[in-house]
Ligand binder design. Structure first.
Ligand SMILES: NC(=O)c1ccc[n+]([C@@H]2O[C@H](COP(=O)([O-])OP(=O)(O)OC[C@H]3O[C@@H](n4cnc5c(N)ncnc54)[C@H](O)[C@@H]3O)[C@@H](O)[C@H]2O)c1
Length: 463
């Protein structure tokens, strides 16, 4: 097993940074011709990484030249996938910095856990690579700022994996809202429900690090601690050391569509209630959450602002309206529900106790349904195709980091409010929390949660 110690990480890290710095003036590590296949590499070969790798293979526009993971088993599975789909064998590289040193790599797919997005993304930008980065792009708001700055400074194409933007029915729903057809909007809701009671993650004791895993590097910027399967592949997302809980994991998709539809960049205030109330495991992210956002005025759509709520339960699965997740927009003309396969519209009534609205009702839109069969799988591929196209044209992809930054910041703010146990007011321009609506008293306690402590040797690169 080739184990990369933290000492070697720091050592080669400086070398890699120096190498990356020398590449900064280059437009791209390798400018692929318009019809030439792109050379891509995957960093993080887990569930989503392999799914995305399949999309890049299916695009028929890419060679997969390398796959990278700190777990040999995950890397081997990614190699097998590429062999099955493309008939080629990518190089296996355990240290992602060596991927970035390869001059033939045009773009990297980053599908590591959330705490391992910012460092490789920034170094990739510095090395002249374009980046397809999984959502939420960052583990905290300060990382998001640094990633945004890196993409802009090094002129990189960065697509974030909020693939709902690539769903035609979601785009149509957004156009419907933006055209004012739903009327004036005062409230929107997003929600995710499920029932994992009583012991979703279990309570197995710490154990040995699995063969072939460089666990110290897996931990990276997070604090050192004994190995436990609960905090490892896939379920790391329920621990703040590595993930952001449901609001960053799932609501980032939903919040993104609400904010994109309304055309807003940031809430003015956020108040969150919740906690780890019922599940009998040691997660530290909540199993119940209610976040209430206040957004300022939106010309023609929400003249005095609107309220957005995110409701999350992992303790009771009965849906509020349609499925186990969704996005609702409430307008003066009617109600719109969106999910990954459908959007539905229902005209409002003057009186919901009456069976139907009368002929002379002021509400003029008819209810209808717009189905999008197979939307999720097709949208993943469409999202990748959009990225590939933008790498070639240097245009902004549909979920570029500039717009994703706003949605992800909103999700992180819900966690910040939860941590401090009160409402916070947000200054989008100064990127700071305040205690008052007039933004005169900085909220020092809340602002401490905008970043994280980085373990020595795994600090955020300077942009
Ligand atoms: N777009 C979507 O709908 C969607 C769905 C699921 C997950 N995701 C996102 O994809 C990302 C990965 O999630 P997942 O469920 O696949 O997690 P996972 O735990 O299954 O996979 C993560 C992989 O990254 C590897 N890794 C960790 N540190 C590394 C490092 N320094 N270098 C190389 N590899 C490293 C791990 O060993 C693991 O194999 C997350 O950010 C998650 O939020 C997005």
């Amino acid at each position: 097993m080739s184990r990369m110690t933290r000492r070697t990480f720091i050592g080669t890290g400086s070398a890699a940074l120096a190498a990356a710095a020398s590449l900064r003036t280059m437009v791209s590590a390798r400018a692929a011709g318009a019809n030439e296949k792109l050379n891509v590499a995957l960093i993080g070969c887990g569930g989503m990484g392999r799914y995305k790798l399949g999309n890049f293979c299916d695009s028929k526009q890419c060679n997969v030249v390398a796959v990278c993971d700190v777990d040999d088993k995950q890397m081997n599975e990614a190699v097998a996938l590429v062999q099955a789909k493309l008939g080629t064998k990518p190089e296996k590289i355990k240290d992602f910095r060596k991927v970035l040193e390869r001059k033939d790599v045009d773009a990297v797919i980053i599908a590591t856990p959330d705490h391992w997005h910012a460092i490789p993304m920034i170094l990739a930008c510095q090395a002249g690579k374009d980046v397809y980065c999984e959502k939420p792009c960052c583990h905290n708001i300060r990382e998001g700022q640094a990633m945004l700055a890196a993409a802009q400074k090094y002129n990189r194409v960065v697509q974030v994996g909020t693939h709902q933007r690539s769903m035609p029915h979601i785009q149509a729903a957004r156009e419907f809202v933006q055209a004012g057809k739903l009327g004036l909007i005062s409230m929107t809701n997003t929600y995710t429900y499920g029932n994992n009671y009583p012991t979703n993650l279990g309570n197995d004791p710490d154990g040995p690090v699995p063969e072939g895993v460089d666990y110290d590097t897996w931990l990276g910027p997070a604090p050192k601690r004994p190995f436990n399967r609960r905090r490892f592949h896939s379920t790391w997302r329920w621990y703040f050391d590595y993930g952001c809980g449901m609001v960053g994991d799932w609501n980032v998709h939903l919040q993104d569509i609400i904010m994109w539809s309304l055309g807003v960049q940031a809430p003015t205030a956020v108040s969150t209630s919740g906690g780890h109330l019922l599940l009998e495991d040691d997660r530290d992210t909540p199993d119940v959450m209610q976040a209430v956002y206040e957004f300022g005025p939106v010309p023609k759509l929400a003249p005095k602002g609107f309220v957005q709520t995110y409701t999350m339960r992992k303790t009771s699965g009965k849906p509020w309206s349609c499925g186990g997740y969704g996005m609702d927009l409430h307008g003066t003309n009617g109600y719109m529900h969106m999910e990954r396969g459908v959007w539905r519209l229902e005209a409002d009534r003057e009186d919901w106790d009456k069976a139907a609205m009368g002929q002379d009702s002021p509400f003029r839109i008819e209810g209808f349904k717009k189905e999008a069969p197979g939307a999720d799988g097709e949208a993943h591929l469409a999202h990748v195709l959009d990225f590939i196209q933008c790498v070639r044209t240097r245009k902004a992809p549909i979920a570029n980091i500039e717009s994703h930054y706003h949605s992800v910041v909103s999700c992180h703010l819900a966690n910040v409010s939860l941590m401090v146990g009160r409402k916070i007011f947000w200054d989008h321009n100064r990127v700071l929390c305040f205690k008052d609506r007039e933004l005169t008293q900085q909220d020092t306690e809340a602002n401490n949660y905008l970043g994280r402590e980085y373990r020595k040797g795994f600090e955020l690169p300077k942009v």
